[in-house]
Design a protein around this ligand. Structure first.
Ligand code: HEM
Length: 391
């Protein structure tokens, strides 16, 4: 039999670019979109910075994301662009939606979205997994998460892999279209009570007052954009790993209780959101490296997740890694609100593959690289799911 992963290029498992800097000083300087950023690389330092709001401030509009977004939106993304205790009050407003993966009816809907995509892939001869598998799963799941009109997913799908970036760069035309969409949904929510989050925001209260339109926009902006390319890369990365390592798929078939453990390991290794920024109001010093007051530093989740002080043989994807305190979803108060849905999707994908798919054959793939050494990153990934024979 031909090697099913023969068409996965080798660079999809790049070496750790931070190994030396992490062990020598724990920090490095990287240039991202013309901005020099001091990057914290050690697990311990990244976790500590995520909890230190005095020195690593989250509350400056547009300056948590990399590249910054202060020029494309005149409002803060909420709840992320806040510090405690304000943060907790915003989080309370959106939490019922982000908890929906724990609701049995919603959970069944998420599972059904994935199962029907697997069915579609099994029926066809070959599928482009980025745009025809992961993107529709992400869009349909988001409509369930926000409990809004399920038909909107088709419009989201048309946006492609990112709501307002093209090739990693902010795209002003896409950004404007995104804002127009958010306003259109909020207008529908005002008159249609069954638009989920878009309706609920009109009744929500922050410190007993109604939200301003900009605050509603800030919540929608993050809810719609936060988990797009991250979820897509996690789904495609899962498929690619199982194509390249069929023995892992066989093991999950024999030991389905490992699926939650394998899911965490996939998130650790992929770290689909590699880093995020904080403003340093008082400046910051890390050995000889410094951040001027008001400039930014990066918390590099991807580097922290490969810290050999914490993870034995961090380069290996071990689906049975028992102790796995990864920070793929961040740390502390801003820990990802979309994590329950992301986890549910990858777990469901793994169980669908284990139950229904004998092997994944890769026909053609175009890999992407990034400065974080992220493995299994693809521009396109054409593969065939070969079904299991049922007796
Ligand atoms: C594999 C998928 C995902 C990864 C790896 C990921 C990663 C992260 C990380 C690292 C943070 C922490 C940011 C910080 O400390 O500043 C975060 C926060 C957040 N993420 Fe995700 N995310 C994913 C999926 C999603 C999804 C699907 C959604 C929504 C639909 C989402 C919404 C959010 C929100 C709202 C926050 C802010 C939480 C807060 O400030 O309390 N994420 N995410």
């Amino acid at each position: 039999m031909a090697d099913p992963a023969a068409h996965i290029p080798h660079q999809v498992r790049p070496p750790d670019p931070f190994a030396e800097a992490r062990s020598k000083s724990g920090a490095d300087v990287g240039t991202f979109h013309g901005e020099d950023l001091l990057m914290l690389l050690r697990w311990k330092d990244v976790r500590a910075a995520a909890r230190d709001f005095e020195h690593f401030d989250s509350s400056v509009r547009g300056r948590v994301p990399i590249p910054p977004e202060d020029e494309i939106r005149p409002f803060r993304q909420l709840p992320i662009e806040t510090n405690p205790p304000e943060h907790g009050r915003w989080k309370e407003i959106v939490l019922p939606y982000f908890r929906r993966p724990m609701d049995p009816a919603a959970k069944a809907e998420f599972e059904c979205i994935l199962a029907s995509r697997v069915t579609k892939a099994l029926k066809g001869s070959v599928m482009e997994m980025v745009r025809d598998f992961a993107l529709p799963v992400q869009s349909a799941s988001l409509a369930v998460l926000l409990d809004t009109d399920r038909d909107i997913a088709a419009e989201w799908q048309g946006w492609g892999l990112h709501a307002f970036r093209t090739d990693g760069k902010t795209d002003p035309a896409k950004a404007a279209r995104f804002l127009e969409f958010i306003d259109r949904m909020l207008n529908r929510g005002l008159v249609e009570p069954d638009m989920g989050l878009f309706s609920a925001l009109h009744d929500a209260r922050f410190e007993e007052r109604p939200l301003t339109r900009d605050e509603m926009r800030g919540i929608c902006h993050l809810s719609l954009a936060g988990g797009r390319d991250t979820v897509i890369n996690a789904i495609v990365g899962t498929l690619a790993h199982m194509a390249q390592t069929p023995e892992d798929l066989d093991r999950l078939r024999d030991e389905p209780s490992l699926i939650p453990v394998a899911t965490e390991e996939i998130f650790r290794v992929l770290s689909p959101l590699p880093q995020i920024a904080r403003v340093c109001p008082h400046g910051y010093e890390h050995g000889p490296l410094t951040v001027a007051p008001g400039d930014r530093a990066a918390l590099c989740w991807a580097a922290a997740n490969r810290d050999p002080e914490v993870f034995e043989s961090p380069e290996e994807l071990r689906i049975d890694r028992a102790r796995n305190p990864h920070v793929a979803f961040g740390a502390g108060t801003h820990t990802c609100l979309g994590a329950p849905m992301a986890r549910l999707l990858v777990r469901t994908l793994l169980s669908q593959l284990a139950e229904r798919v004998e092997r994944i054959e890769v026909l053609n793939s175009v890999a992407r690289t990034n400065p974080f050494g992220t493995p299994y990153l693809f521009e396109s990934f054409h593969a065939r799911l070969v079904g299991r024979k049922t007796s």
